[in-house]
Design a protein around this ligand. Structure first.
Ligand code: PLP
Length: 422
C-alpha cells in the first residue's frame, strides 16, 4: 500500500489537467471581425452578433425567445422584474447553490426563502418547496446543480397549482435535457451564465430564455435601460419605459459565445462519455455515493462532477478527503457553503434593505436544513470538468487517488485528528 501524498508519499498524478477556457483561430477571427466592424458594445440592443448568438443558442437549448445579458445573476433579477415580482414578494430558492440564486431576488426587492435539498440529487426538494409556500410566494428558482437537474415535473406541478413563476437557474446546465426538453425551457424562464468557468463561455455574459413574447419583450426592456421592446426580434417599439439599466451583453462577447456554441456538442459528448466511465470507476470504491441518475434527466451536462463520501467509512469529512485528493494531483473542492449560513443573509450584519426590513424572514441562525448541511459540511466532493478533457487517463487517476485514500483512511483520520489537536 503506497503512502498518501498528503502524508509524504508520491502523488498519483503529476501532470496538470487541461486548461479552461479553450480557444482556436475561430475565436480570434470572430473577435477581430467585431473589432473591424466598429460595433463593439451592445447598443442598439440586440446587435447583429448578439441576435445571431441568441438564435444559435436557442437552436442548441430549445425555446423560442431569449435575451442576452451581462451575467447569470442579473438574468434572474431581470426575469423577476419581467414577471413583475419585487418588493416584499417571496421567492423560494435551494440552500445548496451559489449566492447569486438568493442575491438576485434581493436585488429585485424580493425575499429569498431558503429551503432544503434532496439528498439523492443535491437539488431543491419539491416537498420543502411545497411546505414553504405562503400567500406572498410568487416564484421558485430551482438550481440544476453540477451535473444534476432538479425534479422539474414536481416543480412545475407545484407552480401550476399555486400559480407561481419558475425561473430555472441553469448556470451549470448548458445542453442538459429533462425528458428530451432543454433545461431552461421547462419553467417560465431559464437563466444561463457565460462566465469564464462555465461550459459555454464568453468570459462574462448571460442568457435568459423566456417562454412568452411578452416576457421576452419586458426582459429586453429591463436589460436595455428600460427602453420599450417587442418580443421576438426585441427591436424597440412604443414609448412605454420600464425600470431598467444597461445590462446588455457586448458584440465582442456574443462573437465568442457563438463560436462556443459551435464547439459545444463535441465537448459535451466527450464529457458525457468520460462521466459514464467515472460513474463506473467510482462506484467500485467503498464509502462513495454517486448522486442519483434520474432517467427523466435524459441528457446530462457536466459543469462539476459531484459525489458524496461517507464520513463514517473514511473517519474524516470531505475537507480531509479534498486535502488528500488535491495532494494526489486531483484538483477538487468541498463545494458551496449552505446558503442560510452566508453572512449576506443575516439581518444584524446586513445593511441591505430586504434583510433589514424583513428580519423575521431572515432568522437563519435557528434554521436547520439537514440535507444541505450534510452536503456542505460533511459529504460533497466537487471535481472540475477539465478532468474529463484529460481522456480516460484523467478518470483513471481520480479513481486511483480515491482508492488510495480509501486504503489509507486510517492514517488520514489519524493525521486529521492530530491536526485538530486531539
Ligand atoms: C448556480 C449559479 N447561479 C448563478 C451564477 C451566477 O452567474 P454569473 O457569475 O454569470 O453572474 C453562478 C455562477 O457561478 C452559479 O454557479
Amino acid at each position: 500500500m503506497s503512502t498518501l501524498a498528503a502524508l509524504g508519499g508520491t502523488p498519483v498524478r503529476t501532470e496538470s489537467f487541461p486548461e479552461w477556457p479553450v480557444h482556436d483561430e475561430r475565436d480570434i477571427e470572430a473577435v477581430s471581425d467585431v473589432i473591424r466592424s466598429g460595433q463593439w458594445g451592445g447598443y442598439p440592443y440586440p446587435g447583429p452578433r448578439t441576435r445571431e448568438f441568441l438564435d444559435r443558442f436557442l437552436e442548441m437549448q430549445g425555446g423560442e425567445y431569449a435575451v442576452a445579458c451581462v451575467n447569470g445573476t442579473v438574468t434572474m433579477e431581470v426575469a423577476l422584474r419581467a414577471a413583475d415580482i419585487g418588493w416584499g414578494d417571496e421567492v423560494i430558492v435551494p440552500a445548496y447553490t451559489f449566492q447569486a440564486t438568493a442575491a438576485a431576488p434581493m436585488a429585485a426587492g424580493a425575499i429569498p426563502v431558503i429551503v432544503d435539498i434532496d439528498r439523492e440529487t443535491y437539488c431543491i426538494d419539491p416537498k420543502a418547496v411545497e411546505a414553504a409556500i405562503t400567500d406572498k410566494t410568487k416564484a421558485i428558482i430551482p438550481v440544476h446543480l453540477g451535473a444534476q437537474m432538479a425534479d422539474m415535473d414536481a416543480i412545475m406541478d407545484i407552480a401550476e397549482r399555486h400559480n407561481l413563476i419558475v425561473i430555472e437557474d441553469c448556470a451549470h446546465a448548458h445542453g442538459a435535457k429533462w425528458r428530451g426538453q432543454g433545461a431552461g425551457t421547462i419553467g417560465h424562464f431559464g437563466s444561463f451564465s457565460l462566465q469564464s468557468s462555465k461550459t459555454l463561455t464568453a468570459g462574462e455574459g448571460g442568457v435568459l430564455i423566456c417562454n412568452t413574447a411578452e416576457f421576452a419583450a419586458r426582459a429586453a426592456s429591463v436589460v436595455d435601460c428600460g427602453r420599450p421592446h417587442s418580443g421576438k426580434g426585441n427591436e424597440e417599439s412604443g414609448n412605454q419605459f420600464l425600470m431598467g439599466a444597461n445590462y446588455r451583453m457586448s458584440e465582442l462577447q456574443s462573437a465568442l459565445a457563438t463560436v462556443g456554441v459551435e464547439r459545444f456538442p463535441e465537448q459535451a459528448a466527450q464529457r458525457e462519455e468520460m462521466a459514464a466511465y467515472m460513474d463506473e470507476a467510482l462506484s467500485e470504491i467503498p464509502g462513495i455515493r454517486l448522486l442519483k441518475r434520474d432517467p427523466r434527466h435524459s441528457t446530462r451536462s457536466f459543469y462539476r462532477y459531484i459525489f458524496a463520501i461517507d464520513p463514517e467509512v473514511y473517519g474524516v469529512n470531505h475537507e480531509a478527503i479534498c486535502y488528500a485528493l488535491d495532494a494526489e494531483g486531483i484538483p477538487c473542492w468541498t463545494g458551496y457553503e449552505a446558503m442560510h449560513h452566508y453572512e449576506l443573509f443575516q439581518p444584524q450584519l446586513s445593511k441591505l434593505p430586504v434583510p433589514s426590513v424583513f428580519p423575521e424572514r431572515f432568522n437563519f441562525s435557528e434554521m436547520h436544513l439537514p440535507e444541505a448541511e450534510s452536503a456542505c459540511q460533511q459529504e460533497a466532493v466537487w471535481l472540475g470538468e477539465s478532468l474529463f478533457r484529460a481522456g480516460p487517463k484523467g478518470v483513471d487517476d481520480v479513481a486511483a487517488a480515491m482508492r488510495k485514500i480509501y486504503e489509507n483512511r486510517e492514517a488520514l483520520a489519524k493525521k486529521a485528528a492530530e491536526f485538530r489537536g486531539e
